[in-house]
Ligand binder design. Structure first.
Ligand code: NZQ
Ligand code: ZN
Length: 391
């Protein structure tokens, strides 16, 4: 196991009607003037926004608001949010929504205290300072409610990139699984896929002897395998939603990723798809992961065979472990399809003729040097072949 530091300061409030404690949480973490940031309207329609405002009022907390965050959040609204916060002397950002809203909130929080262009953080500068962020989560997926990350798309060139820093880990996150019951089945399934991707991207490691995190990841993958079909069958199954929601947080706050190298090639390859076609991140991952895994499998057959046996119930073929490894990848892919996820370019609205653009943006965009590095370093030729496998 590698040396590591792990800082995970988020205060979680989990369960039914937890959003009614928003005012109490804002007060606890020192907010007096809050920016309520939200998306395209689901929180208005569900009545959540009104409940959040009532909770803030009951504690005498002042607020201003900015809606309109799009899935795959854009830089334009971040600049708007930064200006608004400065003008209104906001001292805390309250994200009410999914990963996109939380990521936009984190970008605003970092940008308000920074003299330069906030996009610097999305070119590799670590975020050292930010306004405090609190979240009220409405979809189990990105894990941004517990992560030090934010992913934003720059509108000028549709470059989708991530920024990181412990300063943007939320101070508190309110997780009420019942809030996710209004999600369309497709979004629920995309969320499940993203959670499983966060687990796989950590499982694919080159670090030896990481039994504890291997076993944690396997437990969470097994949980998703069990709860995913339940929640697709019955969207009002609170217990299944609760298990998925907490698994989504644990999958990405890095408690099961510490001390080991991680992959993230599938995420990088997918981000170009959601940047260009505006598809759901989880749906893009459902198409990307099987292709990437098949392409890199030979790098460490036993790792893929291990997850095939322990999670997907495959029998180990000791003579031909590559058969077991492939069986596990196919079982994972079939599982995602059974939830309603697409399995090829067509299902994402992606086009074969765009592959050169995707590869160029992926390997050279935003200062990259012609390759991406993860479990296996991939150059432009590798990435072209991987995208072709998805057609
Ligand atoms: O905008 P509204 O109207 O709220 O609708 C949203 C949106 O259309 C809807 N929705 C959310 N909760 C709902 C609901 N509809 C009905 N009922 C509810 N309870 O769902 C749609 C998707 O929302 P979004 O926030 O985009 O979803 P998600 O949480 O999957 O976030 C995706 C973004 O997170 C990034 C992705 O790249 C993508 O941009 N990621 C962020 C990470 C992080 N910060 O740590 C890590 C991830 O790997 C990921 O890259
Ligand atoms: Zn993801």
């Amino acid at each position: 196991m590698n040396n590591f530091t792990f800082y995970s300061p988020t205060y979680f409030v989990f369960g039914k009607e937890a959003e009614n404690r928003t005012g109490e949480m804002v007060k606890r973490f020192g907010g007096s003037k809050v920016l309520i940031h939200y998306g395209g309207g689901s929180v208005v329609r569900s009545g959540l926004l009104d409940r959040v405002k009532a909770s803030l009022k009951s504690e005498g907390i002042d607020y201003t608001e900015l809606g309109g965050v799009k899935p795959n959040p854009r830089s334009g609204l971040v600049y708007e949010g930064i200006d608004l916060c400065k003008k209104e002397n906001v001292d805390m950002i309250l994200a009410v929504g999914g990963g996109s809203t939380i990521d936009s909130s984190k970008a605003i929080a970092a940008g308000v205290l920074y003299d330069g262009d906030f996009w610097d953080f999305y070119c590799g500068k670590v975020i050292e300072e930010a306004l405090p962020v609190g979240t009220i989560l409405t979809i189990a997926a990105a894990g941004s409610e517990g992560s030090p990350d934010s992913v934003i798309t720059r509108e000028d060139d549709m470059m989708k990139r991530g920024a990181t820093g412990d300063a943007i880990r939320p101070k508190f996150s309110i997780l009420n699984p019942a809030l996710t019951q209004t999600l369309p089945a497709f979004q629920t399934a995309a969320g499940i896929t993203d959670i499983m991707a966060h687990l796989y991207e950590r499982y694919l490691t080159n670090t030896k002897d990481v039994e504890v995190t291997d076993r944690l990841i396997e437990a969470l993958l097994l949980t998703m395998k069990h709860e995913g079909p339940r929640v697709i069958k019955d969207p009002d199954d609170y217990e299944a939603r609760a298990n998925i929601m907490w698994a989504g947080m644990m999958a990405h706050n890095n408690s099961c990723g510490v001390g080991r190298s991680q992959d993230w090639n599938s995420h990088d390859i997918e981000h170009e798809l959601s940047a260009l076609y505006d598809c759901a991140h989880g749906a893009g991952l459902a198409v990307t992961m099987p292709a990437v895994f098949k392409y890199v499998m030979k790098h460490n057959i036993m790792r893929f065979a291990q997850v095939a046996v322990r999670v997907w119930g495959c029998s180990m073929d000791f003579e031909h472990p590559e058969v077991t490894a492939l069986e596990g990848i196919n079982a994972f892919s079939a599982f995602l399809t059974s939830l309603g996820m697409p399995s090829d370019f067509k299902g994402l609205g992606a086009k074969e003729e765009d592959i050169p653009v995707l590869v160029k943006n992926l390997c050279y965009g935003n200062g990259r040097d012609g390759k991406i590095s993860g479990f296996v370093p991939l150059d432009t030729d590798d990435c072209t072949k991987i995208y072709q496998m998805m057609v």
